[in-house]
Design a protein. Sequence first.
Lengths: 165, 212
Amino acid sequence: MTTTYEKIATTTLTSATGEVTFSSISGAFTDLILIIQAKTVTYNGVDINVYVNGDTASNYSSQSLRGNGSSASAARTTSGTYFSVDNLSIMNTTDWTISRMNFFNYSNTTTNKTMLARTDRAGAGTTATANLWRSTAAINSITLDCGADSYASGSIFSLYGIKAE
Amino acid sequence: MKLALKKLLQAHPSIQVSTLLSGTLTTPSAKQAFVADGQYESIATVSVGSGGSSTVSFTSIPSTYKHLQIRAIARTSGGSGGTTQNLNMTINNDTSTAYSFHQLSGANTSAGAYGESVGRTNAVQVLHIPTVSSTSNIFGAGIIDILDYTNTNKNRTIRTFRGVEQNITDSSIALSSYLYTSTTAVSRLDFFASVGNIVEYSHIALYGIKDS
């Protein structure tokens, strides 16, 4: 039995930042887990957008399940240009949003890549999403932005690797 | 892309992160909210080879952990005419109707809830998976947690987080809880598709989580 679940990289922003990128991600693991705690600087109702390998073409799609405190709903994005990680425009400027993203078998070159995410903000709701990147390329970089806004100082981005043996 | 504001995190292991950041590095507190350092171990993994497999089995699972976690991607060779089927799991090779579950799911634009009581299902439906009719190279994915799996004073409680996204409306995401009405410690898990074989490149990994 081999101990796994290893930290790859982590940062806490010390100033507002529009885009955070994990690059040159090692292919040594089986799954990646990206955990963030973030809020925005200017706008309320902002999505967490994620791109991989710098790809901003229409190769992404998402299926979501959402609860906002009074009702449950579902929605989807087909042929989008990024992972719609929360699909609820969940971030705002005052409360911390947390999200945990699971990138499955990210380094193989035979399957398209599936990512499952749970995203929560107590004042807004909770969401679960299944996301697809239609590419068999190994994921070697992950970029997060929040559209026209920036992630606020104090936002945390942590990337971990799990290796199956 | 707002490159002017971009922070570059050079990831393990090629370049030290600290050399590229102007911000403050933190300890991995986010991870520790879920699992403590050194407490998560790989037990066994099956990567399905060419020709597929009717069943993926983990036997003689050690009892040295507190919880088990399975992380999987899978697809089936069957299911012609539809684009989603189930990947099922039995515990300790028990195929009786000793299982029950509740599920909260989203599919296309519909959110729904569903359940089956004990006596109506003889396996745990752990993943939604693409079929032979689906676009190639797409796999369903999921995380399965089996809690306190060696405690002989409790029935077994399981939860899953699973999804299959296919860039079509026949996609789904679900959060589920399961009961297996047995107090026997879990020592074996078997995975099989509702129809067809589990195809090549499917990957099922079993992990153990310690509590000390």
